[in-house]
Design a protein around this ligand. Structure first.
Ligand code: AMP
Ligand code: GLY
Length: 417
């Protein structure tokens, strides 16, 4: 099969890396890709691809399957447009993507169908939000309703912080995504990322991960897209998995059906777990980044045949097997991320890392005159897999020392808390 992966991050690099091992693959393409993906796939780097231009490319290259990584393409209806042209796709359609693209939609769905989540209110008028905040307990959580690359959530410890956050969001910090905000109860507990997979007929567990969202050690600093991750999550056993399916995933899948929405693809539930009871923090309609980079190296079954089973509605017959290993990733980001940071800085030393020790998934890189340059906030993901999490952790931190990139930084505590 000719397969096209859409996206340019570490997630897409890991998807390409695994697809590359599939016996079903003929040619692998990526739009637009990055310097790392370029080593294993044919990257089509034209800027500003639209859904129409992607469809044109698919027809020209006789693409048999398109895998959509980033949420923006899903929310724009790329899956719908491809299906209309009879091109197979892995990724949910536009109406299902609303689970991620509107936090208020998801909160209202949870409320209507009794799915456990934090108590909340939504606001489209700033003064109403300010008035509401006067009678609340702190900390409290303030979220831009729409997509914000994982940065649209502020945990305010006091009314002052909350008022500043509300002011910034309504003043356009996250663009139109902040025209509506959700203010919700702060949940205590330990977080976990739970992934399910659906073909539109059934939904089954995929695997789990833990993501480190804060920028700095000890979970301090602003929220980011993710500074590290490990898989499987250490706080989800079989019993809790069943509870999550019964209380959260199955009711959501059925609620969507009730609302006329068929979910097909990966469903990522961000959960808070306390006293062995899960509550939903948010849904994403795709693989997480960097969670994907630690889940896929553990997948034993052929990823392409799983994706085809999802797209063809045949998941029931499919067995999904996992290696009994732990995987961990440490992200290197440009100093300044998630706020302002320079681009185009020079990265050296990647060739000193042996693939038996760590896999380097590129998140934001480009190749310029044979030199790898940074091209984003999150730039590299140093990923290791081993029989024990501690070993994987040691390998990643050993490898990272070999990278010479003065403008980069990383957390020292991934996998320790
Ligand atoms: P989200 O983008 O909604 O996953 O939120 C990003 C991060 O903010 C989560 O991973 C949590 O660490 C934190 N967060 C979001 N909502 C809550 C909540 N209601 N209570 C506590 N922490 C939260
Ligand atoms: N790492 C969080 C996300 O992909 O949304």
């Amino acid at each position: 099969m000719n397969i096209l992966v859409v996206g340019s991050g570490g997630r897409e690099h890991s998807i390409c890396w695994l697809i590359k091992k599939s016996p079903l693959l003929k040619k692998l393409y990526c739009i637009p890709g990055n310097a790392g993906i370029n080593e294993i796939a044919i990257c089509l780097t034209e800027e500003n691809n639209t859904n129409e231009s992607i469809i044109k490319i698919c027809k020209k290259l006789s693409i048999d399957l398109v895998v959509i990584g980033p949420e923006v393409y899903l929310a724009s209806g790329l899956a719908d447009d491809l299906l209309r042209e009879k091109i197979r796709v892995f990724g949910p359609n536009k109406s299902a993507s609303i689970l991620e693209s509107s936090k208020s939609f998801t909160k209202n769905l949870c409320h209507k169908y009794n799915i456990p989540t934090a108590k909340y209110e939504t606001f489209s008028i700033k003064s109403d939000a300010e008035k509401y905040l006067k009678n609340q307990k702190f900390p409290i959580v303030i979220k831009a309703d729409g997509l914000a690359s994982g940065k649209g959530v502020i945990i305010a410890k006091s009314i002052n912080e909350a008022l500043i956050a509300v002011d910034e969001i309504f003043n356009g910090k996250f663009g139109k995504s902040g025209n509506t905000i959700v203010i919700e109860e702060y949940l205590e507990g330990i977080e976990a990322s739970f992934f399910a997979i659906s073909d539109g007929n059934i939904i089954i567990p995929f695997t789990t991960a833990q993501d480190y969202k804060r920028a700095y050690d000890n979970n301090e600093g602003p929220n980011t897209g993710g500074m590290g991750a490990l898989s499987p999550a250490r706080n989800i056993d079989k019993n809790l998995e069943e509870k999550i399916m019964e209380l959260i995933i199955n009711p959501t899948f059925n609620a969507l059906k009730e609302e006329g929405i068929i979910y097909k693809g990966i469903l990522y539930a961000g959960l808070m777990i306390k006293d062995n009871f899960p509550k939903l923090i948010e849904y994403n309609v795709r693989f997480g980044d960097p969670e994907c980079q630690v889940m896929l190296p553990r997948l034993k079954s052929d990823i392409v045949s799983i994706m085809l089973a999802v797209s063809d509605g045949k998941l029931e017959k499919k067995q999904i097997d996992w290696l009994d290993l732990s995987c961990l990733i440490v992200i290197m980001a440009t100093k300044g991320y998630p706020d302002k940071y320079p681009l185009n800085t020079t990265i050296n030393g990647l060739k000193n890392i042996y693939s038996k020790d760590s896999i380097i998934f590129h998140s934001g890189t480009k190749l310029e005159n044979n030199q790898i340059k940074s091209a984003g906030g999150r730039v590299l993901g140093i990923t290791s897999i081993a029989s024990k999490l501690e070993i994987a952790r040691e390998k990643s931190y050993e490898s990272i020392k070999k990278i010479n990139w003065p403008e980069g930084f990383y957390r020292e505590d991934i996998g320790t808390n």
